[in-house]
Design a protein around this ligand. Structure first.
Ligand code: ADP
Ligand code: MG
Ligand code: MG
Length: 536
């Protein structure tokens, strides 16, 4: 009773307090940090990469160091990178800002008399560039000039970068990135959720203050339920996808008892919690549209990589501190190269498509069905074929799914939501929205600018309160079933080697930059070894 309530209060206070990082206190810690010497082990060599795209565009630290190199070396290189920056700003801008960006590009880079004229272009490309004007600001032409600019940077500038002290710095960071990760790397806070193989709790990286969620998979439980392969697949898919609308993986490691997946902390709670646990049941339509636009984009991203999600439901959609949502829980996802299908029964009762229930072969169609069920649930606080808290046998759910028409009795359905749900809930795959048409074009999404949404520029319609914990009380996660202490050892070396790969490059580098550690350690005044070349 009261004691449990007190436990919960203490856990919540610690968790909320951790999220207010004291920068000055952090900075004091950093004084003892130093970048390691690159040892050029085979693991490091394999992860360094040699491609311009990976080093100077995709990896945030590589990009920063390349930028610093450019700044220190040649004004012409500088013009090229500035042009790329301004071009991408123009692409995502709207209205007035877009017009302004356009005028700036024309004046700065396209006039031969300007000192920022793109003089590295071949004569042909230069002519095209000069031809650009207010009326003739052709997107295809700009793409060509952009590619010509990247070709230029990929050449001499990139090879000079590889010979510079900036690249040595990059190797030092890569060496640092390769460090072994264990429990001591984090502080641990309260449990946020519970899943089939263990719990998810909040953690904080000790030396950056960055908060994450750690999904812990109990090794014994995995072994007993034969879930090892699934865990590895979940990890592989999470580290491969890089989308604003899918939870990012930052670290993967294991300890004696658990496999740990450390991901973006989504402290706004899952959508199931928002539908059923907060005041009035259901979610306001404006929010439903925004979340579903983000999830549709996320699903399309997965499908473009030939991944079928198979576990679309509000419970697996999580909100971050700003109120943006992401899909999580890729434990049921499968990779199905073009033309390949499966007939395995997978998913959650109430969200499974007719083709799964009929044990037919299927591919991506099942995600669109489940998305239809999810939209329905967000509006009506019940599923299309199961009422709220109705106890019903799986056979009956299957029968209703295959035979019944979906009814819209709830007062909050409007014409576009009814229409899009009906189209996602077409029993025949060939007729279902998403399987042949682009769902983003549906009237339900008419208020959404998908370009801006994909660039993360659309403000969320609702922002979680920073002093509220959007999760069940901690005592509700108390273990009821204890796994009996079977004599057990988890010693599949190959498996653990594949799973426990430590930091995930891009996300780790983002953490270093966002927390300020990058600037701190990169400061030449403090770390006077910038020109120290040659390594052991
Ligand atoms: P399972 O695969 O066992 O269903 P999930 O990955 O869905 O496990 O996690 C279980 C629950 O933990 C989720 O429903 C959610 O409430 C919470 N949770 C999972 N991931 C996060 C996260 N990144 N941030 C915050 N809470 C999370
Ligand atoms: Mg789940
Ligand atoms: Mg799962």
């Amino acid at each position: 009773g009261d004691l449990l309530g007190l436990d919960n209060l203490v856990a919540n206070t610690a968790y909320l307090r951790a999220q207010c990082v004291d920068r000055d206190k952090m900075r004091k810690q950093w004084l003892t940090l130093a970048l390691p010497k690159p040892r050029m082990s085979s693991a490091l060599q394999a992860s360094v990469g040699t491609k311009y795209e990976s080093l100077c565009e995709e990896q945030p630290i590589g990009k920063k160091l390349f930028q610093q190199f450019v700044l220190a070396s040649n004004p012409q290189y500088m013009v090229a990178t500035e042009f790329l920056e301004e071009l991408s700003r123009w692409r995502f801008a709207e209205d007035e800002a877009r017009e302004k960006a356009k005028q700036s590009i024309l004046a700065k880079f396209c006039k031969p008399e300007s000192k920022s004229f793109l003089s590295y272009l071949t004569r042909e490309a230069a002519e095209r560039c000069k031809g650009l004007s207010d009326k003739n600001f052709d997107e295809m032409m700009l793409d060509q000039i952009r590619e010509a600019t990247r070709d230029f940077l990929r050449g001499k500038p990139f090879s000079e970068f590889l010979d510079s002290p900036f690249f040595y710095k990059y190797l030092q960071w890569k060496e640092y990135e390769k460090q072994k990760i264990n429990d001591r790397y984090f502080y641990e806070f309260r449990t946020l959720g519970k899943g089939g193989f263990g719990e998810v709790c909040a953690v904080q990286v000790k030396h950056t203050g960055q908060m994450y969620a750690c999904k812990k998979l109990d090794k014994r439980c995995l072994k007993k339920k034969r879930g090892e392969k699934m865990a590895l697949l979940e990890k592989h898919i999470l580290e491969k996808v890089n989308s604003l609308f899918i939870v990012n993986l930052a670290y993967a490691y294991d300890n004696k008892t658990h496999l740990c997946l450390v991901m973006d902390l989504m402290n706004g709670g899952d959508l199931r919690f928002h539908i059923y646990k907060l005041g009035e049941r259901g979610i306001r339509m404006e929010r439903v549209v925004h979340y579903m636009a983000q999830i549709t984009t996320g699903i399309l991203h997965l499908h473009s990589m030939d991944i079928v999600y198979r576990d679309m439901k509000p419970e697996n959609v999580l909100l971050d501190a700003k109120g943006q949502c992401r899909m999580s829980d890729l434990g049921l996802a499968v990779e199905l190269p073009k033309g390949k299908t499966v007939c395995q029964k997978a998913g959650t009762t109430g969200y499974m498509a007719p083709e799964i229930l009929k044990k037919e072969y299927y591919r991506t169609s099942v995600d669109w069905w489940a998305l239809g069920c999810s939209i329905y649930e967000m509006v009506a606080a019940r599923l299309p074929f199961i009422d709220f808290r109705e106890k019903v046998q799986n056979e009956e759910v299957t029968r209703r799914t295959l035979e019944d028409e979906c009814k819209f009795e709830h007062k909050h359905f409007d014409a576009p939501s009814k229409d899009i749900i009906s189209l996602f809930l077409k029993k025949k795959v060939a007729h279902r929205l998403g399987c042949s048409d682009d769902p983003r074009k549906h009237a339900f999404f008419k208020g959404i600018n998908f370009h801006r949404l994909e660039a993360g520029l659309v403000e969320p319609p609702w922002v979680p309160k920073s002093n509220v914990v959007y999760a069940k009380n901690t005592d509700e996660f108390r273990d009821s079933s204890t796994v009996e202490d079977i004599d057990f050892e988890f010693k599949d070396e190959q498996f653990l080697k594949e799973f426990s790969t430590g930091a995930v490059s891009i996300n780790w580098q983002k953490e270093m930059i966002d927390s300020g550690v990058f600037d701190e350690l990169n400061n030449p005044q403090l770390n006077g070894h910038g020109c120290d070349t040659g390594w052991e």
